[in-house]
Design a protein around this ligand. Structure first.
Ligand SMILES: Cc1cc2nc3c(=O)[nH]c(=O)nc-3n(C[C@H](O)[C@H](O)[C@H](O)COP(=O)(O)OP(=O)(O)OC[C@H]3O[C@@H](n4cnc5c(N)ncnc54)[C@H](O)[C@@H]3O)c2cc1C
Length: 386
């Protein structure tokens, strides 16, 4: 479906993104953290570069990058505040991919080009109180009313909800039966009467990336809002978006870990105790070595998982293994980075303090570490028994 971007063109895109991240965003991390907001000029530049639609096929107005290319960009996005990636993450990823993979041509035409330019911000509204790790248990309902659907329910922790124009909304249309959790997905414009978005959540980290509750109270949408024109698309579409997203999140984790390592090496090389650079101590070198090894292993795993995803060789185990390993690794590397910095690492406005808080989320969303373990273990045993 997508026109593949060749290696030469991709090298240009990657170089441009790297330059943008390091010269336009890294110097403004403290400003973004303090204001809990992405500056408009950074958003405009991202839109100009096509970053709201880099993973959307070219025929729908995106850059058409495949997942192997996506992870190379994600490792760059991960080098700075994760709020940058979050700004366009739902458009390219969990929300946008539902339309890319399962939308009708009419639905893609209506939404994807504007999603790719950033004119429309799309949010992925799956999680609810009591339905996070197990979304099959969600309680938001959509019932038919003539030619329309009426949606009632509550979603929680929805990324970009405060600025969303479109909610890709998962709702139950029928009772679950074995093999069919009864979930459909709808395209719901954010200004539809009956939608209310709660105040933005106060989070541990990732300042500048916003989440909120979304309540649907008698929200009426036409039948054309049902993604793929079929009720049984919903759960599949969610799972397919999440699997791809896991490889992407793993790459972000590698980017954050690389940054934490670079900050640690730079700090250890010049800061002294008793006139001796702390990096001269072998125990500090051991921490750097552990960080470096984790980052290197993570990068290799991400590239391998992305290649297997693109070729179709493995879209089950490898994405979960990459997410599990890389997000846990980033947590450990960030923790060591604070340790290398001593008390300085505990202070606000020191990059590793922010990274320590920001990477914590990576082990939670798009499937917790425990859920990744269940997927990996479950699939291994299924394969053995097959
Ligand atoms: C900042 C942020 C942004 C988010 N953005 C979005 C978004 O845009 N869209 C969206 O739909 N959701 C979003 N989420 C929701 C996120 O995906 C869920 O929080 C996550 O899947 C975990 O679900 P939960 O919070 O309900 O925790 P729970 O599922 O209640 O998990 C609590 C604990 O129980 C464990 N657990 C649960 N079930 C099992 C099991 N079967 N076996 C073993 N252990 C288990 C978990 O691993 C975890 O340790 C976001 C969350 C956050 C915090």
């Amino acid at each position: 479906m997508s026109n593949t971007v060749d290696d030469e063109d991709f090298a240009d895109i990657l170089a441009q993104v790297k330059q943008y991240v390091r010269t336009a965003v890294v110097p403004r991390e403290t400003e973004i953290m303090a204001a809990d907001r992405m500056p408009d000029d950074i958003r405009d530049a991202a839109a100009q570069m096509g970053l709201f639609g880099y993973a959307i096929p070219q025929e729908w107005g995106g850059l058409g990058l495949n997942l192997s290319q996506d992870v190379e960009l994600a490792m760059e996005f991960g080098y700075t505040t994760l709020a940058l990636r979050s700004m366009f993450g739902t458009n390219n990823g969990i929300a946008g991919q539902v339309l890319v993979n399962y939308g009708t041509d009419e639905q893609r035409k209506q939404w994807l080009e504007r999603i790719a330019t950033g004119e429309v911000v799309a949010s992925f509204a799956l999680t609810e109180p009591g339905a996070g790790s197990n979304p099959a248990g969600l309680r938001t309902r959509a019932r038919r009313d003539g030619d329309d659907w009426i949606i009632d329910g509550q979603k929680r922790f929805i990324t970009n909800a405060p600025v969303a124009d479109l909610f890709v909304t998962f709702a139950r249309t029928r009772e679950p039966v074995k093999g069919d959790p009864g979930i459909a997905v709808f395209l719901v414009p954010a200004d539809t009467p009956g939608i209310s978005v709660g105040p933005k959540d106060t989070k541990m980290g990732q300042e500048g990336a916003w989440t909120a509750d979304v309540v649907f109270d008698g929200v009426r949408v036409p039948d054309s809002a049902l993604v793929g024109g079929a009720e049984d698309v919903g759960y599949k579409a969610a799972m397919v978006s999440l699997v791809r997203g896991r490889v992407h999140i793993a790459a972000l984790a590698v980017g954050q870990a690389q940054r934490a390592l670079d900050e640690s090496v730079a700090y250890a090389a010049v800061n002294t105790q008793g006139g001796v650079p702390i990096g001269d101590h072998q125990l500090v070198q051991a921490m750097l070595a552990e960080q470096y090894t984790g980052v290197s292993a993570g990068r290799a795993l991400v590239r391998d998982a992305a290649a297997k995803y693109v070729s179709g060789e493995d879209r089950r185990l490898a994405p979960s293994a990459a997410k599990l390993y890389c997000t846990e690794m980033a947590g450990r590397v960030a923790d060591l980075a604070v340790q290398v910095h001593g008390g300085t690492g505990y202070m606000r406005e020191v990059p590793v303090e922010r990274i320590y808080r920001d990477v914590r989320l990576l082990r939670l969303y798009e499937g917790t570490s425990e859920i990744q373990k269940l997927i990996i273990g479950g699939n291994l045993l299924r394969d053995q028994r097959a």
